[in-house]
Write a protein that binds this ligand. Structure first.
Ligand code: GUN
Length: 290
């Protein structure tokens, strides 16, 4: 069986149209939703993510306040920029691109963002709200995964979802989201300490790979007919590619596509949805500020 390949770009475009409508409504009332975007240093992958986010904001009629800081910027300076964005009523959301240089404490920086502007959903207040099932910002990638699964009409209630990877950005929030009563999946969280990973993945109706390891999930680890969502974005050297590398997911795509019923590609799967969910969170922040 060959799997149906999920088009994340198309789903993101659909979500973008809804966002554009909400933005139009806000603009008519004189509010232009605006995201403060802070990038520290010049990591090429981070730079390309930030550029893509700003382009998507502009395409949906939103603004961004761009702060590019040198790699040796000290923590106090970064915190003062965040304080200024917190105070600015024209800025509705704040995004600090991660990872930060090693001399800056990530948790201090994230905690300094006003939770009302925490469109990444990384602030401890947002994390707490998600765990408690209360309203608040949900991190974009997990929200994108769930939105894609819904778009594809994959049954979630009662299904066994296996998440591989326990990051704060993807794995942990995804587990909390999928086990919410309104989604009602049964969730298993696997990580680098899991003994015999395949034992768990082979039982998954929905397998979500978010470990950041190219090709970790091979065809023999996938149950026939499972839905496979690949969150991994790994740069692997490829001398034949123009940039000298190509992007690979955590899943061995060709093999997995033979066993799965649906599968997301890398690139063009979850990635576009992450940005689409960020746009949603920014417009939400602007609406809530009214
Ligand atoms: N680095 C990798 N993913 C993300 C994300 O979703 N938000 C931010 N701020 N940094 C990231």
């Amino acid at each position: 069986m060959a799997a149906l390949v999920i088009d994340g770009k198309a789903a993101a475009q659909k979500s973008g149209e809804e966002v554009r409508e909400r933005v139009r409504f806000l603009r008519e009332k004189g509010t232009i939703p605006c995201l403060g975007v802070i990038l520290v240093g010049e990591d090429p992958a981070s730079l390309s993510y930030v550029t893509a986010k700003e382009k998507a904001l502009a395409e949906t009629g939103m603004a961004s306040r761009d702060l590019r800081l040198a790699a040796d910027t000290d923590e106090a300076t970064l915190l003062s920029h965040i304080a200024a964005l917190n105070e600015d009523p024209a800025v509705h959301g704040i995004l600090v691109q991660l990872p930060l240089p090693a001399h800056i404490r990530e948790d201090r920086v994230i905690s300094a963002i006003d939770p009302r502007k925490d469109v990444d959903g990384f602030h401890p207040v947002s994390v707490g709200n998600l765990v408690l099932g209360k309203r608040g910002f949900v991190p974009c990638t997990p929200q994108g995964v769930v939105t894609l699964l819904r778009e594809m009409n994959i049954p979630l209630a009662g299904a066994h979802a296996v998440v591989v990877g326990r990051s704060n950005i993807v794995g942990k929030p995804l587990v909390n989201l999928l086990s919410r009563r309104e989604i009602n999946a049964t969730v298993t969280l696997c990580h680098t300490g899991t003994r015999d990973l395949a034992r768990y993945t082979l039982d998954a109706d929905i397998l979500i790979a978010a470990a950041g390891k190219a090709g970790l999930i091979t065809a023999d680890m996938i149950r026939e007919g499972a839905a496979v969502i690949d969150v991994g974005v790994n740069r692997v050297p490829d001398p034949s590619a123009k940039k000298g590398y190509r992007l690979r997911g955590d899943v061995d795509f060709e093999g997995a596509a033979e066993r799965a019923s649906v599968i997301t590609p890398v690139p063009g799967g979850v990635g576009p949805m992450t940005i689409a969910m960020l746009l949603r969170n920014v417009v939400q922040a602007a609406e809530d500020s009214e």
